[in-house]
Design a protein around this ligand. Structure first.
Ligand code: NAP
Length: 287
């Protein structure tokens, strides 16, 4: 039985659905099984015959983490530690997700799994601590770093922008942070495929949709496709601005493109152009 943890979240819900589509045996928990509580996790593992754990639970409020450091570290670092220790004890593989925000963004070419980390925010620090906890406490793990996640479920950039584009005549969008969107739905398909054919090859992997763009580029495409699929009727004026003109509590990396060669070659993941995946999600949101 595959255990999807944090299954009510954006990524967890897509992974759960994709595993169900493959007719694989699966169970799911969210807040009711608190990953920071060793006994709760232990009780769950004793109640089910679990063959694989997929941890999608996290504290994902990047700006909020600056004020709630303790909570961010509890869920993003202590939680993975508890899960990794349990995975080791029960000899179960653990799939865990991390983020491009573990990097400083000082590079100008795609980040490799072996590149030095250097988080700029509390969220990034807490996720990096979670990676280390997984590496130190279990041997059979995949840590998959992803960036700019969006999907049909949950709160995310695409849904926020579709709302703002419908409401406002003009929007300022940051045009000097470069990265890659990641469709939660398409990633979910890759994860379901991975579980069907576990190959070992444990370690850290980078994954995102193909193409490195700015938030401004992404928003232009969201508007174009939102109009194409009838979600938007008006055209808002989009104004490219610098990070300095749009300050946020958490500092983000200026560049966080990923090299995906390892996950493609070793784990057999497929990667689609970001715009194709965006079109699929907007089509689904249009209903
Ligand atoms: N979102 C992004 O842009 C992004 C980018 C890069 C990487 N990631 C990583 O991708 C993974 C999935 O992110 P996501 O956006 O799908 O997250 P999400 O939508 O915020 O989902 C996380 C889920 O975990 C639950 N949760 C929080 N604390 C928990 C605890 N102690 N025990 C059990 N469940 C708990 C949350 O419940 P509540 O909602 O009630 O708190 C939520 O249902 C995370 O590891 C995240 O760090 C996300």
């Amino acid at each position: 039985m595959i255990w999807v943890i944090g299954a009510a979240g954006m990524l967890g819900s897509d992974i759960l659905q994709q595993i169900k589509n493959y007719n694989l045996p699966v169970c799911a928990t969210d807040q009711e099984c608190d990953i920071t509580n060793t006994q709760t996790v232990e009780n769950f593992l004793q109640s089910q015959k679990i063959s694989c754990m997929i941890n999608c639970a996290a504290f994902t409020d990047v700006n909020g983490a600056e004020q709630q450091k303790e909570k961010a570290f509890a869920v993003n670092a202590r939680g993975p530690e508890v899960l990794a220790s349990a995975a080791q004890q029960y000899r179960i593989p653990l799939i865990h997700f991390s983020t491009d925000y573990v990097f400083s963004g000082n590079k100008t070419s795609p980040y490799l799994e072996t590149d030095n980390t250097g988080p700029l925010s509390v969220y990034g620090e807490s996720k990096l601590a979670g990676e280390k906890a997984v590496q130190e406490n279990c041997s059979n793990y995949y840590i998959i770093r992803i960036s700019w996640l969006y999907g049909v479920n949950g709160k995310n950039f695409v849904k926020t922008m579709l709302r703002l584009l419908a409401e406002k005549p003009e929007i300022n969008i940051v045009n000097d942070q470069y990265g890659s969107p990641t469709s939660s739905l398409y990633l979910g398909r890759n994860i379901a495929g991975l579980i069907k054919n576990f190959s070992g090859q444990w370690g850290i992997y980078h994954y995102a949709d193909e193409g490195i763009i700015t938030w401004y580029d992404f928003t232009c495409a969201i508007q174009e496709l939102g109009k194409k699929y009838g979600i938007l009727s008006q055209t808002a004026a989009l104004k490219p601005v610098s990070t300095g003109e749009y300050p946020t509590p958490a500092v983000r990396p200026a560049y966080s493109g990923f090299c995906k060669n390892k996950i493609i070659k070793v784990l057999g993941f497929t990667v689609k152009p970001w715009r194709e995946n965006l079109e699929e999600i907007i089509r689904l949101l249009a209903g």
